[in-house]
Design a protein around this ligand. Sequence first.
Ligand SMILES: NC(=O)c1ccc[n+]([C@@H]2O[C@H](COP(=O)([O-])OP(=O)(O)OC[C@H]3O[C@@H](n4cnc5c(N)ncnc54)[C@H](OP(=O)(O)O)[C@@H]3O)[C@@H](O)[C@H]2O)c1
Length: 374
Amino acid sequence: MCLQNRSVLIQNADFQRNDPESLFFGRLIPQFQPSKGSESLSGPLGKLPEALAGTTVAVIGFGNQGFAHALNLRDSGVQVVVGTRKGQTGWKNALEAGLTPVEIAQATAKAELVIVALPDEIHEKLWTSDIQPFLKPSAVVGFLHGFSVHHGLVKAAPEIGIVMVAPKGPGKTLRDRFVSGQGLPALFAVHQGGSNPARTRALALAWAAGIGSARAAIVETTFAHETETDLFGEQTVLCGGVVALMQAAFETLVKAGYPADLAYMECCQELKQITDLIFEKGLAATRHAISNTAEFGGFVAGETLIDDTVKQRMQALLADIRSGAFGKRLHADAAAGFPWLKAQRAAAAGHPIEQAGASVRQWMPWLMQSEKET
Ligand SMILES: NC(=O)c1ccc[n+]([C@@H]2O[C@H](COP(=O)([O-])OP(=O)(O)OC[C@H]3O[C@@H](n4cnc5c(N)ncnc54)[C@H](OP(=O)(O)O)[C@@H]3O)[C@@H](O)[C@H]2O)c1
């Protein structure tokens, strides 16, 4: 499939087309009928993704993402082995989930597809020590984010396939959606085809289907596009821009003499209602669902706050990401034990917004339960 300047969307609708990839998904679709729970997934509908039949998949790391990939693939009928550090949290959690963990090198040596579900900053080190030397000659290695491959921290011999399946959400959501018969969309890319490019591609698509993403959409992209857009989205909106905006609004109200609980409710807690609407219906329908007062005020304030200078700073952030400078800074801080990140965390934890948030969440006891579970 030719990759041009746009992403290629592979979804259930492609089943209609008469080409080999449609047939591939055609064979997979019966497994992904909506079901009431995980039980039915191992029942008659639980047909093994074709390309993974008779193969072993190693999931390296059993953290946020790893647990969901391992459990979803297992429940899709795939032979899964978990590679993790003996005695650590991931090891214990894998045992509790009914899987048999082994050391990382041992898991790698057993598998045709090796899924690296480890924090990005340790990929380079563990690739060299525990993964690369133990790969089968025809192995395919999968990543969940393009960062380490795109920045050249992980380099593989040409016969090894390198692919990516990046689900668009946290592991807990990936697992919850799968169990409830839905799926999270995932980005998919092939960095190098290895000794058998068709098999490499088929294994990666089967992995994406096996975690439930074919129930939504599998979007083909490149490692470069995934890495750069993911980092940009995290920094400017999801984990940087929105958080800084909420904090600045909270500080403004509190400084002006309003109670902290009230400031938190208005500037942080209510964001969920708006993002849920945007997620389900888009921006225009969200505007329709809010009051005229909120919509009018939103247009006025949006223009005032987000002017061209903000876009210029966004362009600077994008340039910082694309040049690799951001990646180098992250890597240097990680190599030193994250002194800068830890200082930021400590300062953020002491901000009065945290106290206000804890107080507001206590009003909703069901939230306290979900806080204990995470
Ligand atoms: N988190 C997300 O929402 C998300 C979303 C999409 C993609 N991703 C990508 O998914 C990948 C994994 O991220 P994550 O958030 O799932 O990672 P994570 O939860 O922080 O860590 C995963 C595992 O890494 C192991 N680990 C940590 N340091 C180790 C070391 N020095 N040696 C051996 N094992 C070590 C931990 O095992 P122990 O139990 O032994 O400590 C843990 O089980 C990354 O590439 C990330 O970019 C994440």
